[in-house]
Every structure is written in structure tokens, then in C-alpha cells.
Design a protein around this ligand. Sequence first.
Ligand code: ITT
Length: 202
Amino acid sequence: MQLVLATNNEDKIREIKNLLDDLPVTVLTSDDFLEFPDPEETGTTLMENAVLKAKEIAEFCDMPALADDSGLEVDALGGAPGVFSSRYAGENVTYADNNRKLLSELKGVPKDKRTARFRCVIAICWEDGTVKTAEGTAEGYITEDSVGMKGFGYDPVFFYPPGNKRFSEMTLEEKNLVSHRGKALQNARTLIIERLNKALPK
Ligand code: ITT
């Protein structure tokens, strides 16, 4: 089976590839195509955006596509940045810009009110246009500073209590075992394996 990753985010690609590497699936990315669209995320939920990205890329590449829409929900901010996580500090900003804005919005908020979760929705659009989805979350809290060089995005400000460290202090394998993306991909693997089994000659 060939599966194209419907994302332009290199950091997601690294994590997703690691999570699929033991399956009999050839994983393709934007690097394998001369042109690759960057779908406009017009949905109001992670689910809507994941589905629209998977559909658009599956149609463009004419093969099954897997999309990830993910974000950080901070309780003290009423669930923000949520669906706007990648553009929290504006269009074309860096991860560091987003983290600075987040820490500044949470200035003075006590630790017990800094609870947050990462959410990930994976959508797979098969060749026939049908779409299946899978979800995962990871609960933690937002720290008061930005520390750690691993991971990406909000990882340097996201403390994960069961691991007693930030996502930015975990190896890729450690993070994938407990993260929102790791859990969503674990569920998505079941969908891929079902599909592979269907394709096998009886
Ligand atoms: P694509 O749409 O091309 O996949 P994107 O980066 O725009 O790439 P999203 O719209 O799903 O993707 O935004 C996700 C943002 O949420 C991402 O840019 C990070 O800021 C944040 N995020 C998602 N997963 C994360 C993770 O595992 N660790 C840290 N931050 C994460």
C-alpha cells in the first residue's frame, strides 16, 4: 500500500513516519511530488480540517492520504489556541513566537490553573474517497518558561506529569509512546491494518 502524508510540517512527518515504520506501507511525502498543495484550513474543528486536508491531497495525488490536524487547548484561555495553534501569534510565525505569546497570556496564572491538553485528529482518505478518522489526546500543564530542544511547537512549554518531564525533553520514541499523535496513530494503525487485510487475496 502507498500512503501519502497530507502535511507540509516536517516535524509531524518525522513523528508519523516513526509510528508507521513497521507496517508494509510505502509512506510518501510532499518531497515525492513535483507540486504539492497546502490546503486552506477553513474548518472550525480539528476534525473538519483533518478531513479536508486528507481529501484534497488524496484527490491531488490520486492515492490514499493521511492528514493530521492537531493543537493545544489551554483551559485558562477557554481552549485557545486550539484549532489556531499554528497561527496563534499571527500568520507565518515561528514556534518560538507562539510560545512567547502563550507564556505572556498566562502570566500570573497559578500552576493549578495552567492545565492543558494536546489533541490530534488523524484522517485517512482511501482511493474510493471514503474517510476514516482516529483521535488522541495528551494531558499536562503549561510551564512558566520554555525549556528543552527536542520535539517541536509547544513542546518546550508542555509538561507531561506521568513522564515527569516536558515533551521537549523526550526522545522521539518516548514522546510517540504517550503523545496525542502517538495515540491517534495507534488507532489509525488499526484502520490501515484492516485495509491491508481486505486487500489480501483470499
Ligand atoms: P499541516 O497543516 O501542513 O499538517 P501545520 O503545522 O499547519 O501543518 P496544524 O494546522 O495541525 O499543522 O497545526 C498544528 C500546530 O499545533 C503545530 O504547528 C504546533 O504549533 C502545534 N502542535 C501540534 N502537535 C504538536 C506537538 O506534538 N508538539 C508541539 N506542538 C504541536
